[in-house]
Design a protein around this ligand. Structure first.
Ligand SMILES: Nc1ncnc2c1ncn2[C@@H]1O[C@H](COP(=O)(O)OP(=O)(O)OP(=O)(O)O)[C@@H](O)[C@H]1O
Ligand SMILES: [Mg+2]
Length: 336
């Protein structure tokens, strides 16, 4: 049994989302074959990949049926988020992907969903940063309170860190709380530019960009300053919010930002659930899951305490996994 023969068998296993086989995708690493035992690492493209179980089961089955002499198949699973190459071409920051969180309308929970996704990705083992691009009304300092930083080092800024190690930068750290921020177009653009290029961003799998509501100057500046890997839209299931969602979709399309999909927020008894999924379908964009209107989330918005996520099974796993796999599909699409 040669490594080539093993690769040949493994190349029958396909990642259904990327539509290519796992050997061609470079998922198979550190292959070793000895005494009826095959061991390798399956390097997936997102932590907590929803396909983990299916893919490992398919690999094991394929190998056991192709090689009767094999007694044991040992598969370790790891994750490496792929680089959106455009980021390093344009900026010298070690950030792999940039995800903008936007909406057509204010108050739908963009900042809350940004902080929630940051915590969820972090808990799945990813390196996460958050850039508060809502420079008119920065809410990220309250949602992700830092225990350290930010600190100025000459011309450079070392970003803040939360207790968990989520990296955070916000204009809110630089001004007094409650102070109104009035920006003119060019100032706004250069402030955003500083937040991106003057900050010593560490290696990050996902940099989440919390946008202000609507479709204005910040969205335009952000899409000019950064290659955005994609946009996540947040919408509530309220009937009137569906028009805003359409506007949000239209705005990102005009800016040529790929739409990763829509997250429904504040679902539940008051506004129901499911309307956003139907709108997403009619607009031809992926629906990434639903987050309920909940006391715990509302409380986290005030206290910055997301420890409710640590009680038992990780909640909203479906949502963060859906986001992770859409990002990996997008980075592969960009590679061509
Ligand atoms: N799923 C939820 N359950 C309970 N409360 C929520 C939920 N999502 C958001 N909220 C609350 O709704 C309010 C608005 O949320 P948030 O500030 O995140 O919205 P936003 O879209 O970022 O607003 P803006 O457009 O002003 O930036 C906050 O008080 C927040 O705590
Ligand atoms: Mg906000």
């Amino acid at each position: 049994m040669s490594p080539e023969a093993v690769y040949e068998v493994l190349s029958k296993v396909t990642d259904p989302e990327l539509g290519r086989n796992i050997v061609e995708l470079g998922f198979v690493k550190d292959l070793s074959i000895e005494d009826g035992r095959i061991a390798f690492t399956l390097e997936l493209t997102t932590p907590g990949c929803p396909l983990k179980e299916t893919l490992t089961a398919q690999c094991r089955e394929a190998l056991l049926s192709a090689f009767p002499e094999v007694r044991e198949v040992d598969i370790r699973v790891s994750a490496r988020v792929r680089q959106d190459a455009r980021i390093q071409e344009r900026l010298s920051v070690p950030v792999k992907t940039v995800l903008a969180v936007g909406s057509g309308k204010g108050g739908v929970g963009k900042s809350t969903v940004t902080a929630l996704l940051a915590h969820l990705f972090h808990r799945l083992g990813a390196k996460v940063g958050v850039l508060d691009a809502d420079i008119y009304g920065p809410n990220i300092p309250r949602l992700l309170p830092p225990v350290q930083g930010p600190e100025a080092e000459g011309e450079r800024i070392v970003p803040a860190r939360t207790r968990e190690g989520i990296v955070v930068m916000s204009v809110g750290f630089l001004v007094e709380e409650g102070q109104a921020l009035v920006w003119r177009g060019p100032m706004l653009h250069s402030m955003l530019q500083s937040l991106i290029t003057q900050v010593e961003w560490p290696v990050l799998d996902y940099l989440l960009l919390d946008l202000p509501p609507g479709t204005g100057d910040v969205q335009l500046s952000a899409s000019q300053l950064l290659p955005l890997t994609g946009a996540l839209l947040v919408a509530t299931p309220h009937p009137l919010a569906q028009e805003d969602l359409r506007r949000g979709v239209d705005a990102f399309k005009r800016l040529s930002v790929p739409l990763l999909g829509v997250i429904e927020n504040m679902a539940g008894e008051v506004w129901g659930e499911g309307l956003t999924a139907r709108t997403a379908e009619s607009l031809g964009i992926p629906f990434l899951g639903s987050i309920p209107l909940s006391r715990e989330i509302a409380h986290a918005g005030v206290s910055g305490d997301f420890s409710f996520l640590d009680k038992g099974e990780l909640p909203f796993r479906d949502v963060v996994e859906a986001v992770g796999s859409r990002v990996s599909v997008e980075t592969y699409r960009l590679q061509g």
